[in-house]
Design a protein around this ligand. Structure first.
Ligand code: HSE
Length: 344
């Protein structure tokens, strides 16, 4: 039987997943994964619910017009259900939560996760808010209700920054994780080295869809700090709060700082780090001038990278996309595939 999905939010990421489900329908069926998108609910474009599934091509076409009102009427189609009604009352097995990220309160996404779990539905999300601010509570609730909490897309989009350490590196004690966790700032630093101004580089990052709706979260390091908290809680199994991450972004770096580093054979990177020192956990996000011999110094543009310091396998570094429609859509898909396979 098809795995029924309800999507809360239908921006770049949600549309990315819908496009993949449309394009890869046959390939996914061969993997034993058959999905049916039964509901889409947005604040700005309206909402649709059909218990027997929406037409993905029509849905994507309607979204491009800016309003789901352009989706054709079919018998059984319901319009105007709000997010919570869809979560509670639709026949979906899984809620794909891709509404906007709030790293201060985590809301309303935390409430959507709670409501889904209480209704016996899985959550698959790329939203950092609930995972950075309420991971332990939500994971425990999901477990108590016998449903799944898929969060791969919250760090480094479809680059498996969470599943790699949890599944493939299991058995190692990971004492430290560090990396480049924000594509917007790495893109800005790369462009400034090429001679662009900070403002022009930020504008390009926004045009390319890397930046958050409010790019302050990117440039002041809060987005990276959210990912540091997720990595600490999920990968290193410690309880870390966002307020415990010492956080400084790149907005104070000048063209002169970048050139000075270049002259010294170095390169500025916004580095997130979490480290266990005895019983203590130390976490930070800050710009660091790395020598060019450091592998992280050579990660350019919007690309992200992460190094896990493992006691058995030694350091392992993963480099890949940290944002993007298809890349984050894939992160949601891989959670759906692993739910279907009953894997972690
Ligand atoms: N704004 C984020 C970034 C998107 O630039 O990395 C992915 O979290």
């Amino acid at each position: 039987m098809a795995h029924k999905l309800a999507m809360i939010g239908f921006g770049t990421v949600g549309q990315g997943l819908a496009q993949i489900l449309l394009d890869k329908k046959e390939g996914l069926r061969n993997l034993g994964v058959e999905t049916q998108l039964v509901a889409v609910s947005t604040l700005s474009k309206g909402s649709l619910y059909h218990p027997e599934g929406l037409d993905l091509a029509e849905l994507l076409a309607a979204a491009k017009t800016g309003s789901l009102a352009h989706y054709p009427n079919t018998p059984g189609l319901q319009r105007g259900w709000d997010n919570l009604k869809i979560i509670h009352q639709s026949n979906a097995d899984t809620v794909v939560e891709v509404s906007y990220t709030n790293l201060t309160t985590g809301q309303p996404a935390i409430d959507y996760c709670r409501a889904a779990f209480e209704s016996g539905k899985n959550i698959v999300t790329a939203n950092k808010g609930p995972v950075a601010l309420a991971y332990h509570e939500l994971a425990a609730l999901a477990q108590a209700k016998g449903v799944r909490f898929g969060i791969e897309g919250t760090v480094m989009s479809g680059t498996p920054a969470l599943r790699l350490p949890l599944v493939t590196l299991a058995g190692n004690d990971i004492r430290e994780v560090r990396g480049i966790f924000n594509g917007t700032t790495n893109f800005i630093l790369t462009k400034m080295e090429e001679g662009l101004s900070y403002t022009a580089a930020l504008k390009q990052a926004q045009e390319l869809g890397y930046a958050e709706a409010d790019p302050t979260a990117d440039v002041e390091g809060h987005d990276a700090a959210g990912k540091v908290v997720i990595l600490a809680n999920v990968v290193m199994n410690v309880s870390l709060a966002q307020s415990e991450v010492s956080c400084r972004g790149i907005s104070q770096l000048t063209g002169a700082d970048i050139q000075q580093a270049q002259a010294e054979g170095k390169r500025w990177k916004l580095i997130g780090r979490v480290k266990k020192e005895g019983a203590q956990v130390i976490a930070s996000v800050q710009p660091e001038a790395l020598p060019l011999s450091d592998p992280l110094a050579n990660v350019m543009g919007a690309t992200n990278a992460i190094t896990y310091e493992c006691d058995l396998s030694g350091p392992i570094t993963l480099v890949g996309a940290g944002a993007g429609s298809a890349q984050t859509g894939f992160a949601l898909l891989i959670d759906l595939i692993n739910i279907a396979r009953k894997n972690l």
